[in-house]
Design a protein around this ligand. Sequence first.
Ligand code: FES
Ligand code: MG
Length: 573
Amino acid sequence: MSDEERERHRSSDWFEGEGVNGFIHRSWMKNQGHPDRMFNGRPVIGICQTFSDLTPCNGHFREIAEFVKRGVYEAGGLPVEFPVMSLGETIVRPTTMLYRNLVSMDVEESIRANPLDGVVLLCGCDKTTPALLMGAASVDLPTIVVSGGPMLTGRMRGRPLGSGTDVFRLSEEVRAGSMSVAEFRRSESCMSRSAGHCNTMGTASTMASIVESLGLGLPGNAALPAVDSRRRVLAHDSGRRVVELVREGVRMSDIVTRQAIENAVIVNAALAGSTNAIVHLLALAGRLDIPLELAELDHIAAGIPAIVDVQPSGRFLMEDFFEAGGIPAVMQVLRDALHGDALTVVGTVRERAALAERWDDEVVRDLDRPVVPAPTLAVLHGNLAPDGAVIKASAASPELLVHTGPAVVFESMDDLERRYVTGDGITVDSVLVLRGAGPRGYPGMPELGNLPLPPHLLRQGVRDMVRISDARMSGTAFGTVVLHVAPEAAVGGPLGLVREGDLIALDVPARRLELLVDAEELERRRATATSAEIEDGGGYAALYRAHVTQADTGADFDFLRGRRGSEVHGDNH
Ligand code: FES
Ligand code: MG
């Protein structure tokens, strides 16, 4: 390649120089068999790889990466794949959320420290998406996301099985005595029958949908099944497109603007998406210095009902959603509510919505024939949650959305199991409270919020009760479950002051969550409260506890907020 043909990019700082460093940067690339012209003077594209045998949902990503590479080569770039820590939702203990911020640091530092001009993020299982988005946002190179796509629909005895959602449903059937353990075991292999992430509108599908509605993925990215050949084409096209984004100088922050975030919030409401998305969007906004308050999320999506009939709030699964038109169809239905001028990795939102096609108006509904009326996700405030709490109203029982009942308080899941042996004093009107499960308290804010119901009430046919905690819940879960109470009990939040039998009033239409105990009594309790000592075993968990922020600001680390850019100072030799 002649000097005139050589393009100048960020990677040129590594590969163009004379002297020892230029020699070292080039020479060791050559040991992989790259001719000089392939990396020196072309866009170098990092493929951020979250494949792991321990993240089953991302198990096909080595293959997907090969298709991304084809596209990068086609456009005249050099693809380089690099691994980051991967988080398998089904396996990692105590909770993947403990490590989301750690992965984001891995991603951020890996991108910045290397000769990359653009990145393709391979995101699938729940936390891999927000972690990669957050890390990439803090560096802000041209960025495109290829999601892993959902698993194929599982079936048992001719009936579809939804990932997660049916696990919770069937396990309650077992606990109620209406399903045998053997049958429950048999359903395991029916539920997960291909590569890909959960096939319900759980956190993974929600986050993939958010990627597409933010404009960071190509149209169809969210819902195309993991094993569909067209996802490989999408991966190829994404590789090709990111090279063009580098040449056009389009950075992640040109795409993920306040308008884009509002679009994502609106789409999320229409999907009745995972409550986890709220925490992740707040964290992402923080990385890009986009002001965003928890309460605003409710206002931005005001009046948007659930129009996508997918579990857990609806009936169908992601494969059906894909066949119905997927996120492009949803954006078309929502076009008047969305910011049409918002830029995406290909065209504006308005242009994409105009090109979309909807094949099934039962799965993707019109706004005037919703699956569940607005609000789908509601933000609550009150003396029990001064900084806010969240409820997925679309997955709750309508008759419990306004409910006052006496608290039954659990300090831990072991405590709950002990109480459930007799179930004494727990009635269908009780409000089940779990505390000490927030970001700092657990630590990591696990998905425990959809507390199991007491067996004696299950046997009576009860299938939902009001539950309140500072924890999160799986995006695939359902029930009248108030989550993310902030501040959490472990940092002195009023959730820690609730006593057995106190009346708690939930009023979703009024967005209120109140502990019906007068302020003086609460002050008395606060004065005598002893906060439980959290064991300090050092290591990463100590860093986490020292720096994690509360759920209402995204549970990011305080020192990670903001964009630090792609500049790197100092040479390595
Ligand atoms: Fe990985 Fe649900 S467990 S997406
Ligand atoms: Mg999940």
